[in-house]
Design a protein around this ligand. Sequence first.
Ligand code: SF4
Ligand code: SF4
Length: 311
Amino acid sequence: MGVAALMTQSDDVKATVEWAEQFQGNYRLMTAAEKAEARARLERRYSAQYSKKVTVDTSEALPGVLMGYALNIRKCIGCRRCVNACVEENNQSRGKNPGERIEWIQVLRMERGEFSKEKMNEGYPEGLGIQVGGNAYTPAGQVLEGQYHYEPALVPEKDATYMPIACMQCEKPPCVKVCPVRTTYREADGPVVIDYNWCIGCRMCMGACPYWARRINLTTPVLPKAEMNPVTHYLGNRPRMRGVVEKCHWCLQRTRQGRYPACVEVCPVGARKFGNLLDPQSEVSLILARKNVFRLKAELNTFPKFFYFYD
Ligand code: SF4
Ligand code: SF4
C-alpha cells in the first residue's frame, strides 16, 4: 500500500504522517512520485505547525549551471549582516541557551599587523626550551584563529580585518566521503546538500570538514512561528529536527528560482558575488578571470567553489 493511500485511510492523520516520514526513502534515491508525496506531506505538516502556508520546493538542479561564489576580502567591514540575514532566511535555531543559536556564516575578526622575517624569530619564551610559535607575545599579521563573537559599537574597527567563512561547496567534499548513510551529497549544479530525514547525527562530516562549516542541532531547534520563513526547499531551509547536522546550501530555495542568496543581497558594501561558473560572462566568472583570487586551504585539494578576491 502506498504512503498516500495509507494517509487517506487513517483516522489519526498526525500519527500516519509521522509513520510515513519515518519510513521515507533516501531523497536522492526516491522516484519523482515519492518526492511529490513527501513534499505534500511536509507542506501539510509545516503549515499546521507554524500556522501559515508553508511551501516546500523540490526543484532539481538547474541544467547548464555550476554555482560559484566570490567574496571581496578587502571590502568586508565585519558588520555581520550576512550572518543574521542567513539565520532569518534559512530558519536556523535562535534560542538563547547554549547550543540553541546556530549560524552558518562566521565572520572572523583578526588583528591587523605587519609580517616580517625578523618578527618570525621574535617571541619565543626564554628558557623554556620549547617552540610555541613565532610572535608568541605580539600579534604580527593575520592568523586564521579569529574571533567570531564580537560586538563593537562601530565597524570596521581600526585595528581589525575581517574574514567571512561558510561552507565552501567543495568539488571534492570530505564531508560527502565520510557520510555513512549517504545523506550528504553534491548536487549537479554545485551545492553540497543534506537530506535531514536521513541524517543520523553521527557528526562524521563535522570532523571531516576542514572549513568548520557544519552545525548540529543538539536541542530541538528554536524557531518562533512568526519568524519562520515559509518559502522553503526540501534540501535547503525547511525546518530541521533535533540531532541532525545542517549547513549553508547557497539558499537553494532562492537560487534555483534565479535569485541571489540572502547574504549576497544584504551585504551593504557589495563584497559578496554569486553566479554561474559555466557562463563566462557571469559576474563570478569575470571576477575569476580578472581579479587576484585565492581559495581557503587550497592545498587540501577540496576544490572549493567559494573564491576570495581582492582588487
Ligand atoms: S554583510 Fe558584507 S560587509 Fe557585512 S560582514 Fe558580511 S560580508 Fe562583511
Ligand atoms: S566546506 Fe565542509 S561542509 Fe562544505 S562541502 Fe566542503 S567539506 Fe563539506
